[in-house]
Design a protein around this ligand. Sequence first.
Ligand code: ASO
Length: 403
Amino acid sequence: MGKRMEDHLRFATCYWHNFAWPGSDPFGGQTFDRPWFPADSMELAKLKADVAFEMFTLLKSPYYCFHDADVRPEGANFAENTKNLNEIVDYFAQKQEETGVKLLWGTANLFSQVKFMSGASTNPDPDVFAFCAATIKTCMDATHRLGGENYVLWGGREGYETLLNTDLAKEDAQMGRMLNLVVEHKHKIGFKGEILVEPKPQEPSKHQYDYDTATVYGFLKRHGLENEVKVNIEQGHAILAGHSFEHEIATATSLGILGSIDMNRNDYQSGWDTDQFPNNVPEVALAYYHILQDGGLKTGGTNFDAKLRRQSLDAEDLLIAHIGGMDVCARGLKAAAAMIEDGTLPNFVKDRYADWDKPVNQSMLAGKESLDDIAARVEAQGINPKPRSGKQEYLENVVNRFV
Ligand code: ASO
C-alpha cells in the first residue's frame, strides 16, 4: 500500500459533540456537567480549548474540526462574533504550535440561532443571506489562518418545511450564488484546501436540499462547481437517505468528488441522526474498501462526528468512546486492505464487465447506432440475453472473511 495504515485514517476529533453539546436531546436538556458551561465568556472558551487540546493529545488525534459557534462565546452581533472568533483563533494557533495537532476543517454554524430558522443561504430575506455570507467569510479566513486542510458546508437549514410557501428555483439560485461566493473567496485568499459540501436528507428541515451525494452533484453541475467542490460523507446521513455508507462513498468516488468522511453510526433502530460512535467493523471495512480503491483520503480524514450517549456522565467516557471508535476504524481499514491484497474481488468485476470492451459494445456506447439501428441488429442477430451468474451469495458474505 506504500503508506502506513494510520496515514490512511487521518483521524480528527470534532469540537461540537465533545465540548459544545451538553447532553440534550429533543425531549430533555443538559445532562453533562462541564466547567465551561455556559460557555459565555472568552475565559471559559479558553479553558475549553485547554481541555480540548489536552484530549486531542491524549488520543494522539492528529486533527480536529470545529464550527465558529463551538469555540467562541456568542456575541450580540456580527462584529462581536468576528472579534471573539479572531481572539480564540489566535489561542488555537498557539495550541496547534505547542501540541502539533492540526486542523482538518473549519465550518460556520448557520443552523442553531433563531435567525436561521426559515433558511440560511436559501432564506429569501436578503439580511439573512448577507449575514450568512459574512459569517462564512470570517470562518474561511479563520480556517485558512489555522492551516485547515478543508472547509465544510453542512446546510442544516437549507431546506423546506412545506412546498406551499417555497419557490424551489429561487432557493436553488441563492444556494448556488452562496457556494460560488465561497469558491471565489477561496481563490482570493489563496486557500489551498478543498471546499466540501456535506449531504443530509432530513433533520432539521423536513426536506434538505443537499439530500445525498447524487443530489449534491446535480446541484454542483447546475452552478458550474463540479470541479471546485467535493463532498464530506457521513455514515448517519447516508443511512437516513436510505443508502449505505459505502454507497455514498462509492458514488462520490465514481464522480471524482470524495473529500472527507464523518465517521459515526446510525443503526436500524435510529429514527433520527443519533451520531453514535462507530461499532460495526464490516460496515467500516466496506467504506474503507472504496476509499482505498480511490487511492485513499487526500486532504480529507476520518472525523469522529460522534457523541457520547447522554447517560455517559463521566468525562472519561470521551476518551473511551474515541479509543473504541479508532479501534473499529483500524480494524475496518485492515480488513479493507486485506480484501484488496487478496485479489479475488477484481475477478468478479472482470467477469461482470467481460464484454464491455468488445467493439460492438464500444460502438453502441459511443453513439454509433441509433435506437432503430440497435433494434434492427437485435432482430437480425436473434439477440436474447441469458442470465449470467453474479456469485451473489459469495459477495454478500465476503467482507466477513477479512474482519
Ligand atoms: C454538525 C452536524 C454534522 C456536520 C457538522 C458540520 O452534526 O453532521 O458535519 O455539524 O456543520
